[in-house]
Each structure stands twice: as C-alpha cells, then as structure tokens.
Design a protein around this ligand. Structure first.
Ligand code: URA
Length: 220
C-alpha cells in the first residue's frame, strides 16, 4: 500500500496524521484539551511516572507558527509550560526581534515529560511521545515550523545531521516549511551563534509574511 505520509496529493496535516499509530487513542481525539486530559493520566514511558507535570504546549489552537524544542527542563516540569526558564526567556527575545509575540506562537516539545537530569531523550521516549506532536500539528495546522536545537531538528526530520548543516534553509516537512536553528540554551553558552540564529529567524519571518501568516504587530 502506498505510504500516505509521502502522498503529495494529501494536505500536510493529513500526511502527518497518518504517522500516528493506528492503535493510538490520539487518532480519535479532536482537541488539544482532550489530548491534555489524556496525557495527564497516561504513562507511555518511565519518565512519565517521574514528572511533576506533563508539558503539552501553549499558544493559540490555530497558530500559524509552531516552535518545537526537545523536552521540558526543571522549570517547565514545575509549571507545566514549555520554555519558561532562562532558555525560554531568550527564545521570547529572539522571536520578539522578528515581531512575534509569544502568545501568537504555539510552543511545544517532542517529549512531554522531563528526562531526569535533563539527559538526552532516549529513542523509545521519542517514539512513544512524537505521535502526540503529530496530533498537535494535525489540529493546529501551522503554516510553518521552527525547530530549535539539533535534537528537535533531527527528531522531526529523521536525520542525524549537525546543526550547522540543518540551519539556514527551509526543509520540506510533509509539505510544511520547517526551519532549524540553534537552541536558546546553546546560545546562552555560545553567544557567537546568536548571529546565525538571527539570520535564520529573519528568513523565517520573511517566509511567514509571504505565506500570509497572521500578525498582530505587522498589521497594527
Ligand atoms: N528546552 C526545551 O527544549 N524545551 C523546553 O520547554 C525548555 C527547555
């Protein structure tokens, strides 16, 4: 049978939805609230048992831009919201520099639970959690995606490339333009990467405007 995720006659959202395993309860869900209720009572992998809070994501349910990181850290685990610690504050500044307010963007991670001591996600954790992100993309229908960091970029694109080779261009993510740039936590340690990040988000903003993404600040 042909693989629907590779069928260019389908919409990007139908293609991505086809990646959700057929036996997953996510297939039947119709809202982010429904996903959140299920997530908070479901253990898919051991890190789900040890979290304080699951972190599904925040932002408008019809956002035109999704920003996707790797996994919650300690601050996110405590609050249940993505990117609220130091890295999150830098992310807000980066997005603000290209006229995106945080509340215009849907922000999420590949993993919805914090890995202990912020270790890298395990392959089985990504496999168990990434269908939740597929469902979020199916429901939100973003025009564009920004992946921050090598792990998020490679996790989405199914690659194992360096950040330097992933960034600076758009990837075709099942028909959605996807940019990968440096993770804000990496920028806190390596400020010399701020300039290429700025180049990346400028390209993102230009394409967003070309695609007719909604924008409070541009249109005011
Ligand atoms: N780093 C991430 O990748 N995601 C968060 O939510 C916080 C830090």
């Amino acid at each position: 049978m042909p693989d629907p995720s590779q069928d260019p006659t389908l919409s990007p959202y139908e293609r991505i939805a086809s990646l959700i395993p057929e036996d997953s309860p996510l297939r039947e869900m119709n809202s982010l609230e429904e996903i959140n209720a299920w997530l908070s009572k479901t253990v898919l992998v051991p890190i789900d048992e040890n979290r304080i809070n699951p972190v599904l994501g925040t932002g408008p349910a019809d956002a035109d831009l999704m920003v996707i990181g790797e996994a919650p850290g300690a601050d996110e685990d405590k609050t249940g919201e993505p990117f609220v610690g130091r890295a999150g504050q830098l992310l807000d500044k980066i997005m603000d520099a290209v006229l995106f307010d945080r509340d215009e963007i849907y922000i999420a991670n590949i993993l919805k639970s914090r890995p202990p001591n912020n270790r890298d996600p395990l392959a089985e954790e990504v496999e168990a959690h990434i269908p939740i992100l597929y469902k979020q993309i199916e429901l939100i229908r973003p025009k564009m995606i920004l992946a921050v960091g090598k792990s998020a970029g490679n996790g989405l694109l199914g690659k194992s490339s360096s950040l330097a080779s992933l960034r600076g261009k758009f990837h075709d993510y099942y028909g959605i333009p996807l940019m990968v740039t440096y993770h804000p936590a990496a920028l806190l340690r390596n400020p010399q990467w701020k300039r290429p990040t700025w180049e990346d988000v400028k390209l993102l903003r230009t394409r967003y405007d070309e695609l007719g993404g909604t924008s409070r600040r541009r249109d005011s």
